[in-house]
Ligand binder design. Structure first.
Ligand code: F6R
Length: 243
């Protein structure tokens, strides 16, 4: 695992956007795995700037979703499909035909999860998976004690994560769904390059457990230690508890 400490979130965004640009330069139809939440926004902004300046061509790129709320209509502004359309696809000028994601409204959620794993494999797998990290060490929505070998499946959010995400639902935790579909940790580990971005002091404990703790299901992100090509990009605040 490589750990890169950057001065701030903007520098982290630039660094990761540059890695994405290089990937697309050598593989124009690369599959970029994207996360939602606040942390990746500087990456998407930096990549959008590169696309607009002509420095990178995303016309053949494909975008794969990491996780989705269950039961929230796809058209709801906070469904992750809507969020990614707004924050990633539209700014980059990528159409929904190049988007891969699980169906959070499926009547048979289990079948939808299996179908998504099959779709990822059929697309040739994820080339670069961008990850954020929860204050409890979750990646995707693999909460603590998720199996490190897990596949895409339905999970129940912890109360802490629902409270953390209430800010996207008018601050009202009651509006945050209880269930999600998430790529499993085993699924995530199949991406060719994992890039985790963590910024802010609130992530410092989770980053220390990820990088310096044992590989353990209590800190799902520690599974990155098992990956042959994992990069953890942290700002100084998020790095502050590293030894
Ligand atoms: C969301 C996701 C989550 C977030 C994590 C951190 O797609 O994968 O694991 O990355 O909850 O969220 P932020 O970045 O908002 O602190």
């Amino acid at each position: 695992m490589e750990v890169v400490i950057v001065p701030d979130a903007k520098a982290g965004g630039e660094l990761i956007a540059e890695a994405m640009a290089k990937l697309l330069g050598r593989k124009p139809d690369a599959v970029l795995g994207v996360a939602t939440g606040s942390t990746p926004l500087p990456v998407y902004e930096a990549l959008t700037a590169k696309v607009r300046s002509g420095a990178v061509d995303v016309s053949r790129a494909r975008i794969a979703q990491l996780d989705e709320y269950v039961g929230l209509p796809a058209a709801h502004p906070e469904s992750y499909r809507s969020v990614l359309r707004r924050e990633v696809l539209e700014p980059l000028g990528i159409g929904m035909d190049a988007f891969l994601g699980p169906d959070g409204e499926a009547a048979d959620v289990r079948a939808a999860c299996e179908a998504y794993d099959r779709a990822l494999a059929a697309a040739g797998g994820v080339d670069l998976q961008l990850l954020g990290i929860g204050t409890d060490g979750h990646i995707g929505f693999n909460e603590p004690c998720s199996s490190l070998a897990s596949r895409t499946r339905i999970k129940t959010l912890t109360e802490q994560t629902r409270v953390d995400n209430a800010r996207f639902f008018d601050g009202d935790v009651e509006q945050v769904p209880h269930h999600v579909i998430t790529q499993g940790i085993g699924t995530i580990l199949e991406a060719r390059h994992l890039v985790l971005l963590a910024t802010g002091e609130g992530k410092a404990d989770a980053v220390a457990a990820t990088v310096e703790g044992p590989v353990a299901a209590v800190c799902p992100a520690s599974a990155l230690q098992l990956h042959p090509h994992a990069t953890v990009v942290v700002d100084e605040a998020a790095a502050s508890k590293l030894k």
